[in-house]
Ligand binder design. Structure first.
Ligand code: ATP
Ligand code: MG
Length: 412
């Protein structure tokens, strides 16, 4: 079974967007054990798309076409596929209904153009995963097959994982399941993680399965993706469980989630499990911390609220700090304690410091003080954070959340 990829879009040729879809599909095909010998990029031009599709179909048993399924006049992928199939397009009433309903739900006027997306080549079936408006297609051509998926990466990925790969494997007689799990880490660089995992990676490279990959997510830390392949879902789950446990043991405190959760989700869940409530006092983070926590599922059971005490007067008047300096560890603790009392919570967390660009109270920009009051534990921290003021605020949030996570887990 050979399968190749054709990415459609003039922007790809002009270098306006990078064809990450083809590389991602290539990786998935390799993992699924399906040979792939060609990848083509072609502009939004009828004759050239047709030539590209025919050449691909000639050389391979299956072709995945991505892009050009949208509602506009230059989105012609489905029309060209119908021509290559030697058939015509017909309106699929179920898709028409779905598209009309999507527009109605958002209260938006639907232009008739959008119904182009409900046109399906006779003989093709639509892909059940439909994260956007454009339906994906499975188009049998003789004993070969052509799949059409949208260019929008997350829509494409859902359809490839949900339908295209399983269908290809079924056709190839390959029975295997591929799944990934994501561990999230905070507090170490990519090279640092690679060094910690070096021995494990060598071991896994030898075996070829599971595999590990690092994915950067900015101030939110680094993800470690574990991917495994096996004969069925149970076997894959077992391989993933084992490997995730090994990686988590090696990385220890750095791992804040083994299930791709956000830091605030982990914190909310920890508090909720213990039936504790949280109050936040923010100066340098200006409400970001409360914002992140309050938009997390489960926050309603846990988060009492937050006070943005930006002006020193507010720290004195509302949070009860003694008049004096407000950019130091003592102030951070007093803020945490003050807000905990004020909002009648079990845990108080506070941030103060200097995001920059100028110093304050003789303290350098990028210096942040965190205060935490949990039960009878009262603690503070002084941290130096890199970057411009915005980055310092973001870093301060995640640093505070990670600290609270570690304390709640009994790791600090
Ligand atoms: P839509 O229904 O959104 O119009 P479409 O199938 O017509 O989907 P395109 O118009 O080709 O898809 O692409 C939509 C967007 O998806 C592009 O603006 C681009 O950001 C992204 N995209 C398209 N092709 C690729 C690709 N090969 N690699 C990465 N991103 C892509
Ligand atoms: Mg489009």
């Amino acid at each position: 079974m050979k399968c190749e990829v054709v990415a459609v879009g003039t922007e790809l040729l002009l270098g306006q967007i990078v064809d990450t879809n083809s590389s991602w599909i290539g990786e998935q095909l390799a993992l699924a054990g399906i040979d792939s010998h060609f990848q083509t990029k072609v502009g939004d031009n009828w004759d050239r798309i047709r030539a590209a599709l025919e050449a691909a179909l000639d050389r391979s048993d299956a072709v995945i076409v991505c892009g050009g399924l949208g509602p506009t006049q230059d989105d012609i992928t489905r029309d060209v596929i119908a021509e290559v199939m030697g058939t015509t397009l017909e309106l699929d009433p179920a898709i028409e209904e779905r598209i009309r309903a999507m527009f109605a739900a958002r209260g938006r006027e639907m232009s008739e153009n959008n119904l182009r997306q409900a046109m399906v080549p006779v003989g093709a079936t639509t892909i059940p995963q439909q994260p956007g408006t454009a339906p994906g297609l499975v188009c049998p051509i003789g004993d070969k097959v052509m799949y059409a998926v949208p260019g929008v990466p997350y829509e494409m990925r859902e359809m490839v994982l949900g339908t295209v790969l399983p269908d290809l494997q079924r056709r190839a007689g390959v029975v295997s399941t591929i799944e990934s799990r994501v561990l999230r880490t905070w507090g170490h660089s990519e090279s640092g993680l690679a060094e910690m995992l070096a021995e494990r990676i060598v071991h896994l490279d030898g075996a070829g399965n599971p595999t590990l990959a690092f994915l950067a997510s900015g101030v939110e830390g680094l993800k470690v993706r574990v991917t495994a392949k096996a004969g069925g879902p149970d076997e894959v789950a077992k391989l993933l469980d084992e490997e995730v446990a090994v990686v988590a043991a090696i990385l220890g405190d750095l791992v804040f989630s083994e299930r791709d959760e956000t830091m605030e989700q982990v914190v909310i869940d920890l508090l909720r499990a213990e039936g504790r409530t949280l109050a936040v006092a923010e100066s340098v983070t200006g409400g970001y911390l409360t914002g992140r926590l309050s938009s997390t599922p489960g926050a309603g059971d846990v988060l009492r609220g937050g006070v943005v005490a930006y002006d020193p007067e507010v720290k004195f008047d509302v949070l009860g700090l003694q008049p004096g300096g407000v950019v130091n560890e003592e102030a951070a603790v007093a803020m945490a304690d003050g807000v905990r009392t004020l909002l009648e919570a079990d845990v108080g967390l506070a941030t103060t410091g200097v995001a920059g660009p100028a110093q304050a109270e003789g303290v350098e920009p990028g210096t942040v003080f965190l205060g935490l009051v949990v039960g009878d534990r009262t603690e503070s921290q002084r941290v130096r954070l890199p970057g411009d003021p915005e980055r310092v605020r973001q870093f301060a949030c995640i640093t505070a959340l990670n600290w609270l996570r570690l304390v709640l887990q009994g790791r600090r």
